[in-house]
Design a protein around this ligand. Sequence first.
Ligand code: ATP
Ligand code: MG
Length: 311
Amino acid sequence: MADAAIRVQGARKVYSMLGKPKREAVSDVSITVEPGTIHGLLGPNGAGKTTTLKMLLGLVRPSAGTFEVLGADSTHPSGRRSLGFLPEQPYFPVHLTARQAMRFYGSLAGVDAQGVREQTPKLLARVGLADAERTELSKFSRGMLQRLGIAQALLGDPVVVILDEPASGLDPVGQRDVRSLMLDLRAAGVTVLLSSHQLSEVEAVCDRVTILNRGVVAAEGDINVLLNVDGQSSVRASGMMSLPPRIAELAENVAVPGGVWVFSIPTQATRRVVDTIDEAGGTIIAVAPKRESLEDYFAALLASSDGEAPS
Ligand SMILES: Nc1ncnc2c1ncn2[C@@H]1O[C@H](COP(=O)(O)OP(=O)(O)OP(=O)(O)O)[C@@H](O)[C@H]1O
Ligand SMILES: [Mg+2]
């Protein structure tokens, strides 16, 4: 489709290191992000997420591939005008106050001084730093710095925002704030590309995900579909001394923590299992599609030597 917000095709990066063997950080990565969506870029440490984003932003010279934001070549500065970016390790001018730092970031991003002045109080308030406008960054906590990093990514009202690990260093409230900020951005029509390790963050906000492993795309699609264990549902039920035989013969991974029966069944047997629990005088607490955790998914990816998605 010609109207993707972000399109990476055939990205490759070989880092050359003096006196050491070259390292292929990204072998072959393609990503298409539809406009107005939140797209997750996932993968274990070293998978190539940051390198891919840096190539997209013109911060690292690609060995191969094409990189487009809103149809323009984003490796050239002119193709990055509508872009906001939170780096994995942002630079913080620690001797400046938050307000001065925003002016500094604004000048780097080419936002006019008047625009920066107008936007700064709103953006700092949006990331929970309204009271810290005049505080020097050397007095900021790790989480406050991260919030400032997010605020600077939104200077100039970008149409596309790229966030490399935005929840890094944030407490649970901060993480929730970042999630709702991303949802607000999407509601305003902004496209968000988010690199993250956090399943909860990704599940809560992402429309689609691309999972990288060892420099290639291991899987792409809807996170709920990717992590769903085919045809299995998990059941929680209470009020039974033992599992009725009709269920026992189907159930797997049976556990009874605190008197609650927890087990998985083939999804197609759900009705029969629910009826049997009713007949046995038990109470259904929950029936849900069984899903793999992202951690397990990553572990399986790493275990497969060819780096293909686990089946
Ligand atoms: N400047 C560099 N020079 C040489 N190798 C590098 C450089 N930057 C990254 N690498 C290597 O490239 C690979 C991919 O790194 P990258 O930072 O892109 O991964 P990542 O998916 O962002 O990981 P993380 O989840 O830890 O942030 C790693 O093996 C890393 O050691
Ligand atoms: Mg990274």
